[in-house]
Design a protein around this ligand. Structure first.
Ligand SMILES: *[C@@H]1O[C@H](CO)[C@@H](O)[C@H](O)[C@H]1NC(C)=O
Ligand SMILES: *[C@@H]1O[C@H](CO)[C@@H](O)[C@H](O)[C@H]1NC(C)=O
Ligand SMILES: *[C@@H]1O[C@H](CO)[C@@H](O)[C@H](O)[C@H]1NC(C)=O
Ligand SMILES: *[C@@H]1O[C@H](CO)[C@@H](O)[C@H](O)[C@H]1NC(C)=O
Ligand SMILES: *[C@@H]1O[C@H](CO)[C@@H](O)[C@H](O)[C@H]1NC(C)=O
Length: 907
């Protein structure tokens, strides 16, 4: 159930009715109440004593307060007239109208600094900033005393192990067990206390003299700056409001400014769905509440800083009114009692002092300096990668842009100039979302949008905000290659601080094994045990999947100490679990492995292919994940060395005798390595068995080892992907289409990849023409598709499958003209962190520049359009560099710190 629309009005009245009572008490404590000393706490005003308007303003403010309602009866949003200019920014979301108040979750523009996110609707007379803080979650040990991250307790562990043995035993005899059978249900976990993100509240800013009509309204989110700007004019006065959340300062700001003096007249207050305590000290409003479910403290503070000597501020416990200023700046911050340092008990840690000191500090600094510092911080990350199709300058507001750019679907084959811009905007918007949601010190960017207005959302059932069987990982697909390695830190910290320790208990209690694992779902409370969600409760492969990102983090950063002191322990632990639990599939027994060669090889048991049924030994996804994990762990050992010789021996042995999870039957790549289990007809959204193609790279490894086998596998993957359909089944979400696009791109079917991306735009954008956010129905509030879109797109243009390899226009045939006719990529990163710039025109790559930032070594560069003369030069050098050429491949040795220019001549 959703709260009825405009609930805030009712809430507000409720709060305001109690104001007179509160006032009596507050007056004694707070000097600012009712016309106390106004700006003193902030900027002393030279004109204060000579002000003549002041008494009048004070009377007005008092009148507003005593009406017990800040917002005049009957006032509503103004009529919008005129047409604003087009913003001067390359990538922005912008509109000529505000979001609807009851649709802020869908239409608001999002700003953030890692832990805090704010949706800005851009309303004029009554603006309502929807606050969210990533750790504001229900559940955990303070809600459910016995919460252990889904693990059983020690007394129940033997029983649990018996269930496991029974399942394994049956699977060794008999091919499979349905996931809903009584035996397999014994593997389900406890979801008690899992929780879900909870709403925080809002800050409401009201115009004290509401406008009836405003001119040239515009709201804009400039992605390269991370600033939302709302502007309009009334008569001769231009109003602007700037919003951003600063990562360097850990606070959010809103500056309200008029082009004429004394024209800012506003009231500011909080709204929160909880029973809250309000206070006000020196024009700083605070609300504190405890979440009803788990008693977690939440607090928000907002401080006002005013400019312009003649204004007055008046306030009571819940509101501040500022009248007659030139500008007003709001500084605000939110916090909760959650702290990663308090794992596993998560004792509440009062955020009050921390928030107070953040705001104390921020309010002493100059806004302009803070603005510059913030835009430089976002800009440095955002501009680290750029891509351009020489598309025309966008002049359309985003809502119209989406309409126009997706009209192409009406007529097959027709394209619009705007389409290329929209695609680039999606790619850059994903990078922006990573920058504002995933910064060192914060939690990872959640799979599901947590920006919510609704206390009752997802009340039953666990939230899949950290869903570890594709979604959380897909959120980060774009990060490394587009030079946003810094945004990976939260995912790495999450593994280290919230999963590894608890995951060790999971392997011990549930499997009697060493190492660590996680299952499909996790949360802020370190959930690593299985859940009881049918069809997805069981998935011990999650840890291996996360480890792929840890190994990639090392590859892209070449940070030896990160590998030695952090990631290696996770890789080793995740590998140890599989060394201890893999079983040998036996030849001649029922079930028979599809591939004769698989008999006697090691497989996981039990195993479950996500969203498929049944349980069986060795699902393709498990085997491919384990292959990728063992491969990375061995590679890491080659870098670091390992004294534990037994471990090395066990790992090498298992890697050599691991079933690779690449069984072919009837020309199809199978989801299970055993015969007779594949449901060949059903279209499903999950592509577990194609992990080896993307995001893994096992299939490409086969290319070098055994080209014939590689060819067979590619064909089988292709056929099987066809059978899987377009991904519109089961909720019609974005991520299945984007995953398809990425797999098609790796298989060399650029055209099919494009089709899948078109499907995404058609189904997952058009319901929501106002923003580049998923539609609001709860089943489709999944960010993964949005964040992965650009990665799939880039896969068709420039990609690095593994260290030492770079592919540019790998399969140019299927590229659409709007992408290939002319363009530039700058700042792409290879899998060893080299920087790559590419220039192309008329469908052909003309120059590739490779800056070997991190290490020396051989590089193989494939340029799909290469057919004439090729020259390689050191930048600014004149001597040609030696290289070998083989068709569209060239091979050269790079030295660290040198930039190589590969120039292609087609005449
Ligand atoms: C638009 O932005 C560019 C740089 O981003 C700047 O050089 C130019 O002066 C700006 N134009 C206006 C009208 O602000
Ligand atoms: C207000 O904005 C308009 C249009 O953007 C501009 O022409 C005008 O100079 C501005 N006025 C002031 C006082 O800044
Ligand atoms: C809730 O937390 C507060 C401190 O934050 C504590 O004083 C209170 O006893 C707790 N209430 C419950 C029911 O645990
Ligand atoms: C690991 O290797 C040691 C030494 O070769 C061997 O004794 C042991 O059985 C192996 N363990 C596993 C689980 O394979
Ligand atoms: C790991 O896989 C890569 C291919 O991705 C391959 O080149 C490498 O030799 C493998 N490493 C080991 C230790 O087998």
């Amino acid at each position: 159930m959703r709260l009825p629309l405009h609930t805030h009005e009712r809430l507000t009245l409720g709060l305001l009715c109690s104001v007179p009572l509160l006032l009596a008490r507050v007056t004694a404590e707070v000097e600012d109440v009712f016309g106390g000393v106004d700006q003193v706490a902030f900027q002393p005003s030279p004109a204060e004593s000579s002000s003549t308007t002041r008494p009048t303003l004070r009377d007005q403010a008092a009148a507003f307060l005593s009406r017990q309602q800040t917002y005049p009866d009957g006032a509503s949003e103004p009529r919008l007239v005129g047409t604003s200019t087009v913003p001067n920014s390359t990538f922005s979301l912008w509109y000529r109208r505000p979001a609807e108040d009851d649709n802020v979750e869908r239409e608001g523009l999002v700003i953030g600094n890692g832990p805090m996110q704010v949706l800005v609707p851009g309303m004029v007379n009554r603006e309502r900033l929807l606050l969210s803080e990533e750790s504001c979650w229900t559940g955990g040990p303070n809600e459910y005393k016995k919460y252990r991250g889904g693990n059983v307790d020690e007394e129940s562990a033997p029983k649990r192990l018996k269930s496991l043995e029974r399942v394994q035993h049956i699977l060794a005899e008999k091919a499979y067990l349905p996931s809903k059978s009584d035996v397999t249900k014994g593997l389900m976990g406890d979801e008690h206390g899992f929780g879900h993100p909870a709403p925080f509240g809002s800050i409401v800013i009201e115009e004290m003299y509401p406008f009836e009509q405003v001119w040239d309204y515009r709201r804009e989110l400039d992605l390269s700056k991370g600033v939302v700007k709302v502007s309009f004019s009334v008569g001769d006065v231009n109003y602007t409001r700037e919003h951003f959340c600063s990562n360097p300062e850990s606070v959010c700001m809103m500056r309200i400014q008029a082009s004429e003096p004394k024209k800012v007249d506003i009231s500011v207050r909080f709204e929160t769905p909880y029973a809250a305590e309000y206070s006000n000290v020196h024009n700083r409003l605070t609300f504190r509440a405890s979440l009803p479910s788990n008693n977690m403290t939440i607090e928000a503070q907002v401080a006002l800083k005013t400019e312009g000597g003649t204004g007055v501020t008046m306030s009571d416990k819940t509101r501040i009114i500022a009248l007659g200023f030139d500008s007003v700046t709001l500084y605000y911050a939110m916090g909760t009692g959650w702290s990663v340092a308090n794992y596993p008990g998560f004792q509440d840690q009062d955020p009050h002092d921390h928030l107070t000191s953040l705001l104390d500090k921020a309010t002493t600094l100059w806004y302009q300096d803070q603005y510059i510092k913030h835009t430089e911080d976002v800009g440095a990350l955002f501009k680290g990668f750029s891509i351009d199709f020489n598309q025309p300058v966008n002049t359309l507001p985003t809502d119209q842009l989406i309409k126009v750019a997706t009209k192409a679907y009406a007529k097959e084959g027709q394209t619009f100039d705007q389409e290329a811009y929209l695609e680039l905007l999606l790619l850059q918007y994903a990078r922006y979302l990573l920058i504002i949601s995933s910064r060192p010190g914060s939690l990872p960017i959640a799979s599901r949008i947590a920006w919510t207005d609704d206390t009752l959302k997802d009340e039953d059932g666990i939230g899949d905000y950290f869903r570890l069987n594709i979604n959380l990982q897909m959120n980060y697909w774009l990060a490394e290659s587009t030079n946003l390695g810094e945004t990976m830190t939260p995912l790495m910290d999450y593994i280290e601080k919230l999963l590894v320790d608890r995951g060790q208990a999971t392997t011990m209690l549930h499997y009697n094994a060493r190492g660590w694992i996680a299952h499909t779902y996790s949360n802020v409370w370190a959930h690593t045990g299985p859940t009881s969600t049918s069809n997805s409760y069981y998935f011990p492969g999650a840890a291996a999947w996360l480890c792929q990102h840890a190994w990639d983090r090392y590859l892209y950063s070449q940070d030896y100490y990160f590998l030695r002191d952090h990631a290696y322990a996770w890789l080793k632990g995740a590998s140890q679990f599989w060394i201890d639990t893999l079983v040998q599939s036996h030849k001649g027994a029922v079930p028979t492995p599809i591939d004769d060669d698989d008999a006697g090889l090691f497989v996981s048991s039990p195993s479950y292919s996500p969203e498929q049924d049944p349980f069986a030994e060795g699902s393709a996804l498990d085997q491919q994940l384990i292959w990728q994990l063992f491969n990375a762990t061995l590679e890491a050992i080659a870098v670091l060395g390992e004294r534990d010789k037994v471990f090395v021996q066990n790992l090498t042995d298992r890697y050599a005798r691991l079933s690779p999870g690449l069984a072919i039957s009837d020309g199809l790549l199978q989801e299970y390595t055993l015969a007779g289990l594949e449901d060949r007809t059903e279209r499903r959204r999950h592509l577990g068995h194609l992990y080896a193609v993307y995001p893994g790279n096992q299939l490409s490894y086969q290319r070098t080892e055994d080209p014939d086998r590689h060819h067979q596998l590619v064909e089988a993957a292709r056929t099987s992907l066809h059978r899987k359909g377009t991904g519109v089944e089961f909720g019609n979400l974005g991520w299945p289409k984007v995953w398809r696009a990425a797999v098609w791109a790796r298989l060399g079917e650029t055209g099919k990849a494009l089709d899948a991306l078109q499907m995404f735009k058609k189904h997952n954008l058009d319901k929501n023409e106002l923003n580049l956010l998923p539609a609001s129905s709860s089943s489709s509030r999944d960010l993964a598709g949005f964040l992965g879109f650009g990665a799939a797109m880039l896969e068709t243009l420039v990609t690095s499958l593994r260290p030492g390899e770079l592919h540019v226009f790998p399969w140019p045939q299927g590229l659409p003209e709007r992408w290939s006719k002319k363009g530039v990529v700058e700042g792409f990163r290879t899998r060893e962190g080299h920087k790559v710039d590419v220039i192309w025109s008329q469908g052909r790559v003309t120059q590739v520049q490779l800056q070997a930032l991190s290490k020396a070594g051989p590089m193989v560069v494939k340029i799909g359009t290469m057919d004439g003369k090729v020259q390689v030069q050191v930048l600014q050098g004149t001597k040609p560099v030696a290289f070998e050429r083989d068709g569209t491949f060239i091979k050269l040795e790079v030295s660290k710190g040198t930039t190589y220019t590969i120039a292609l001549d087609y005449d």
